[in-house]
Design a binder for this molecule. Sequence first.
Ligand SMILES: [Zn+2]
Length: 344
Amino acid sequence: MATITLNRPEAQNSLNMQLLEEGYAALTDAQEDPSVRVLVITAKGKSFCSGADLKMVNSWNKNGEVDKEAEKAFHKAADAMFEAIKNCKKPIIAAVNGFAIAGGWKFGDEEFFDVIRRIVSCEMGMFDSSPHESFLFVCDRNPVKGNEGFDNYGLHIGRNIILLLDGKLDRSELYGPSMSIVAHEFFHNWNGEAIWPRTSEFLWFTEGATVYYSYQVLLDANIITPSQYEKQREAIIRRYSDNAHLDSIPIVRAANSDLSDKDLVNLLYDGGFLAAEALDRRIEQVSGGSARLIDVLNWMHENAQDGADVNVLAEAVSRTTGYDLSGFLAEMILDPAPDVLDHN
Ligand SMILES: [Zn+2]
């Protein structure tokens, strides 16, 4: 048996080049070593893996110029490691803190693929073009449990979408808000990757609009009902209204923080959701119903190759609607608890 340990606990085991290259080498060695019959992948510290190393991603951006070579090299290394996992001829067990995790859902793969297909075709339909020709979904049960863990955890790197779903997920939840994790990660192909945030300050939009659309997509694809949508929205508003930082920290500052406490993370995602919703409504209003936020995203996808920030967003809004909403945008993201967000 060979054990591969993700060993960057200080960075929540986020993926950087070293981890990907060493992970790939360890997987290849284990695959070729005849004495190894089973592989165990585990992780040190509290998190199994926290996605791409954001410090690294930010370091690719020098004075507004992205280091495309570094970005390409990272995606290539990530693809190589995930393909090595996918193609490994030996059984792989994911284990955290001594618990070995095996497969086994309360629903069939086909049902799950059906939900994924509906989400994928809905989102492809929202955009005029796709950043990738093919996508790889990797799904497993989430080994991280308890207060430190997430029930459902998603990760998006290049064309790869990794989903760690709650092992207790049942068929009723397969057609429910839990699937927003799939819609969310897939939406990042556009908003997050193709339309990449130039600064962490802009994460309120990258995450907020993605959360907003992830529920819209579930509604449009008939995966959730309008009343389930309303319940999710109400839960977001309740959490936002109760946020400890609501009256002191605006969402750009939450986005630009180290997200060290849960309230900052919630302020970013929940405030971002409400900001995206408010912006969508305002765009619909000023354009007399002829434009929506998705049109703005399509404009950015076409035109914002150098990354996006609030100025690019304001330009995209004005190009799409003919109206200057930069004042509205500034108020929404620079004021704590701005009145323009409908959270009552
Ligand atoms: Zn996200």
